[in-house]
Design a protein around this ligand. Structure first.
Ligand code: ZN
Length: 276
């Protein structure tokens, strides 16, 4: 079965310091960052890749996401942007969503978990361990209420896997068709992974937060604004791994850009191009 993919924005962030983050506008203008998620129609039901913010988060952003996060990133908190509402708008039932694949468990990626409580949640074991027992620094990024409903976790460890376009350990996911793979890209967080999806038009690679701006990976694009570079360094968990993975993504784009469409979670231009 060939997979049908919908590109969704499941959360908009409007942080201060526009030009430092987007390369456009003034410093005082607010930037725009999206939460690029995929809804995939498969023979095993609907699969959601990343989940953005959930209904509980947007009902009480300061309480659920934290006052500092809300002040700095200014999430728009529109009910219409939740994955739950968009699934319904596309004519599906929330129960049709059987699998949630999260690149990592940061608060802007795992918010929708609770809106699909019966779905199986696929994530790297290292990421799960980090989120369940965060250090003080990590406690800012992981929000326990997002998995307080005790989801059915499906965890993946290091070591096994098949090569995929030069990446050594692409993993098939339990109960999912072979066109969907998880590719470890640790660094931004302890168990961060990308998700690859084979479609009739070629491969898609959702690189999550392995990078934040299209110019970091795609050479023909403008360079990453300075503020966004600094931000990534501030939130990274392993600098060397993160930089090495960006280099591998650049090589993938250069060598196989016509076969693999690479995009990250938060670049609004990448999302817009893929939606049209
Ligand atoms: Zn993120």
């Amino acid at each position: 079965m060939s997979l049908r993919v919908h590109h969704l924005n499941c959360g908009s962030l409007c942080p201060v310091g526009g030009r430092l983050l987007t390369g456009q506008g003034s410093l005082l203008e607010r930037g725009l960052m999206v939460c690029h998620c995929l809804l995939i129609e498969t023979s095993e039901g609907l699969v959601l890749v990343d989940t953005g913010f959930g209904t509980a988060d947007i009902a009480d952003p300061k309480g659920k996401l934290g006052g500092a996060f809300v002040a700095i990133s200014a999430p728009r908190c529109l009910p219409s942007e939740t994955a739950l509402e968009q699934v319904k708008r596309l004519g599906f039932s929330p129960d049709d969503v059987r699998h949630l694949l999260v690149t990592h468990l940061d608060l802007d990626h795992a918010g929708g978990l609770a809106d699909f409580p019966r779905a199986q949640v696929h994530v790297h074991e290292k990421e799960h361990r980090a989120a369940m027992a965060p250090t003080w620094r990590e406690s800012q990024r992981y929000k326990a209420h997002q998995w307080a409903h005790h989801p059915h976790w499906s965890l993946y460890t290091e070591g096994s896997g098949e090569p995929w376009f030069g990446f050594p350990c692409a993993r098939q996911l339990r109960g999912l068709p072979p066109e969907i793979l998880s590719i470890p890209l640790h660094g931004h967080s302890r168990g961060h992974a990308a998700i690859a999806v084979e479609t009739p038009g070629g491969w898609l690679l959702h690189a999550g937060d392995a990078y934040f701006f299209r110019g970091e990976i795609h050479e023909q694009e403008p360079p990453c604004p300075g503020g966004l570079r600094v931000f990534q360094s501030l939130v990274e968990i392993d600098h060397q791994q993160r930089i090495a993975n960006q280099q591998r993504l650049r090589e993938l784009s250069r060598a196989h850009g016509s076969q693999v469409r690479i995009f990250c979670a938060h670049d609004p231009v990448e999302l817009e191009r893929l939606q049209h």
